[in-house]
Design a protein around this ligand. Structure first.
Ligand SMILES: *Cc1c(COP(=O)(O)O)cnc(C)c1O
Length: 452
């Protein structure tokens, strides 16, 4: 399968090339040239083992690795999950299910994408003999997942900047207590935006990027989307037969990557009736799906910090399909967005979508309600999925993080906080981190001294 840019520039590229580039050269995002239909056998078989299903799905798109090699890459990515189902479906009530996506090594759904990205980087290094330095900035979950995807891998070093004191202690420990000597967590005195600005500046210096062989932890890599498609099918095949009509998937949403993956499998034939975009108080997507206008606001920090996003980078992919794959129209809209700071989408039709938004108060209320009603504890992101639920048909809510990652908010809601053995173990480990001054010059120097 070839991949093309949402803005139509450049030649189509193969799976490996789309993976290695991340962003297309014309600034667009890669999408598969066409979406194949899902083999019907995938949908009638009862819950295949996760790795087998991932192979069935990914081999539709990856024509670069031979099948045994792809088996190996997938096994390395998904063997390290604490639940043998990887993404188990829990039933809370007749029509209510929770898809638990937090059993990976860093306890958020981001492991599904970044474990595979880690294995593919490893494969690329073996194939090309060229080592890489991965550079990124994080406000928590992405950095932890990327670090766990690459910890201990030969030929790769990982440098992750984060704002000191502004991520939770457990999130910091997930990055600083890996024991792997190729991992460099870099606390800076500043905000997440400061950290990201430094990364952008260094990545934008193409000579430096090439000299250091820098790779990004890319939130827009098409491979992350493909990896995330798999658990929607896995969820479907775990549903009782009586619950397989009129299905809604409810997805706590920030960058629109997770929910877009679901919508893409739906285009490939997964029978889903509705996707519910669950936002927190940063509600740009809620407003979009109600008005057709895409207009960012200032980011307001919330109890669900991994969704504190205004410009949803994967939205461009949705726009491309909404334009019936017209790359010219998509590019014009993105240009207009850049110039005006907002776009009104003509004939906006998103009939498969609904949207909700939760204030911080709603988040606390939903955590409390779910505990009282179903004796189940959800994290603050997943709590947004329980907003305005109508259980007259089957709803599958995606649980995007383990509640033990956010003990303070959960305690505020229900007076107790869950624990997780993997996180408890981290509390006794020594932290290894490399504080660097919050300037591009200082980080550049640090990279020069420590890069592989
Ligand atoms: C990243 C993240 C989200 C948002 O996912 P998107 O793909 O950006 O929409 C939701 N919940 C948690 C816990 C996350 O880490």
């Amino acid at each position: 399968m070839d991949f093309v840019s949402t803005r139509g520039g450049g030649e189509p590229v193969s799976f490996n090339e789309a993976f290695a580039r991340g962003l297309a050269p014309d600034g667009g995002l890669y999408v598969p040239r066409h979406l194949p239909l899902l083999p019907q056998t995938i949908l009638v078989e009862d819950a295949l083992p996760y790795a087998a299903l991932a192979w069935d799905f990914l081999s539709l798109f990856d024509s670069d690795h031979d099948s045994e090699h792809l088996v190996d890459i997938i096994d390395r990515s998904y063997g390290d999950f604490s639940d043998t189902m990887n993404a188990p479906l829990q039933q809370l009530a007749d029509n209510l299910f929770v898809l638990e996506l937090f059993h990976g090594p860093s306890l958020s759904f981001k492991d599904f994408g970044l474990q595979l990205i880690g294995s593919l980087f490893e494969d690329q290094i073996e194939r090309t003999g060229v080592s890489i330095n991965v550079l990124g900035a994080t406000s928590g979950d992405t950095g932890a997942a990327a670090i766990h995807g690459l910890a201990g891998k030969k030929g790769a070093k990982v440098f992750v900047l984060y704002p000191e004191g502004r991520i939770s202690e457990l999130q910091e420990r997930q990055m600083t207590c890996t024991g792997a000597d190729n991992i460099y967590p870099i606390p800076i005195q500043g905000t997440f935006d400061d950290a990201q600005a430094i990364v952008k500046e260094l990545m934008g210096d193409l000579a430096f990027k090439e000299e250091m062989r820098l790779s990004a932890i890319n939130s827009i890599n098409v491979v992350r989307i493909l990896a995330q498609c798999v658990y929607y099918i896995h969820a479907f095949t775990q549903l009782p037969p009586d619950n397989r009509d009129d299905i809604s998937f409810v997805v706590p949403t920030g960058n629109f990557g997770n929910i877009f993956a679901g919508w893409m499998v739906h285009q490939m034939g997964l029978p889903v009736d509705r996707f519910v975009v669950a936002t927190n108080q940063n509600d740009i997507l809620y407003r979009l799906f109600n008005s057709g206008e895409y207009k960012p606001d200032a980011v307001r920090p919330s109890h669900a910090p991994s969704m504190d996003i205004q410009v949803a980078s994967n939205f461009e992919r949705f726009l491309y399909y909404h334009n019936e794959k017209n790359a010219k129209a998509t590019m014009a809209q993105m240009d207009q967005f850049k110039a005006d700071g907002s776009i009104k989408i003509p004939n906006f039709n998103a009939s498969n979508f609904a949207a909700t938004r939760s204030t911080d108060e709603d988040i606390l209320k939903n955590i409390r309600l779910v505990k009282e009603k179903y004796d189940y504890i959800v994290d603050p992101h997943t709590a947004c999925g329980f907003q305005d639920l109508d259980l007259s048909s089957t709803h599958v809510i995606l649980a995007t993080a383990h509640p033990a990652k956010f003990p303070d908010t959960i305690r505020k809601a229900i007076g107790e906080a869950p624990t997780d053995p993997a996180l408890e173990k981290l509390k006794n480990k020594e932290q290894v981190k490399y504080p660097v001054a919050a300037t591009a010059a200082a980080v550049r120097q640090f990279l020069k001294e420590n890069a592989i």
